[in-house]
Design a protein around this ligand. Sequence first.
Ligand SMILES: [Zn+2]
Length: 454
Amino acid sequence: MTTLLIENGRIIDGAANAAFEGSVLVSEGRIEATGAAADKRAAEVNDLEKLDASGLTVMPGLIDVHCHLAFDDAESNAELFFQRRNALSALVASYNARKLLRAGVTGIVDPDSTFENMIDLRDAIEAGIVEGPRMACGSYALITSIGGTAGRLISNSGVTGYYMAVNGREELVAEVRRQIKNGADWIKVHVTGIVPRQAHRGEMCAWSDDELRLIVGTAHDLDTPVMGHCRGADSTRRAALAGFDFLLHATGMDEAALEVVIDRKVPIAPTFTFQANLADFGAKVGADPGLITLFAREIEDSAENMRRAYDAGVPLLTGSESGFSMVPYGEWHYRELEVFVRYFGLTPLQAIQCATETSAFGLKMSGEIGLIAAGYRADLICVDGRPDEDVTALGRPDAIRHVLIDGVKKDILPPPPRKPLAGWRIGVIGARLDRNTAFGKTNTKGTIDIQELH
Ligand SMILES: [Zn+2]
């Protein structure tokens, strides 16, 4: 492997230090030196390759710790539960993975997937068969029959879409072990779900404390961490107390929840990108105005306690929940940084640190990736713009000029255009044909009674 000198760039190291001009020397896939030391060492290398980063910012690649690569920008849960096919899901995901690279994402955590086939995509990427970001993934999300946000669509047992409904201690233990044997890096639990008849209360904790502890104990015995989807104070506090290693959302924390989270320093990925997109652009995609207000408020109501958690040393990680139509792949991975700056009051450099050094935790690679420092793996991006002044620079079209993983340059050309897949999306029968649409308001015949249409 040749040695690579990335020169003339502006370096953001990922540790929230101010940007500085200089070089980065990469050897054997790792960063060997930075700044003057890099130039000095480079002068001694015979077979030196150079990458001119003039006018560009060199920084660690973005890490998105909440991304569902199997979902293919789904428009509904029903689509994921009933329309998708196993092998095709994996093939489509490998196509979408390239969009993440183009957006400067060099690492992701995929919490759960249809047919648990992101385990296979991860292995294919690691083996160099498919190009994509570095991945850590879960298998099926564990739920009780209460489920997550899909209400009555959730079945009482077994696998549907991206989840497995588990009943009783024995089933729970067996499934955790099966997932770990099958290659899951994480156990993902939907700690909360919506009870349709009590939907006004928001998501409720769907497990007993005993069950939560059992999941954690079983997984930890096999050296596997557990992440929980938690919305609301009660579930966040109980999951943290049960020993969960990582919380997704953790929105609406009260003092009691905050205290436990701070005490245990449980990392959180608030994942507000979805809400931010709905709040800012929902009207453009025909979202209900009530829903738009609700989502904007969810961010505002949680912002102060997220900030307090951050100030107390709780790691905040960046996740986009890409995989749904409101958050398509390759478009919004920088957006969570914007939320951290705008709503939590972090500086752009602090938000960048969250998305790089801190989010390495999700891949279990803290100390290995996410920093430009000697010894770290060279997962780097070169950006046209100054994200340390404005993080949205990371989202501008074509801002990402180079992407390297383990020091190897990735293909970031746009993927070829794709055509629709038959039977992939939920079919829509068509617009509602009422009699006015059919005959016009001035229809004078008026002889057909609605009864005749039945
Ligand atoms: Zn998710």
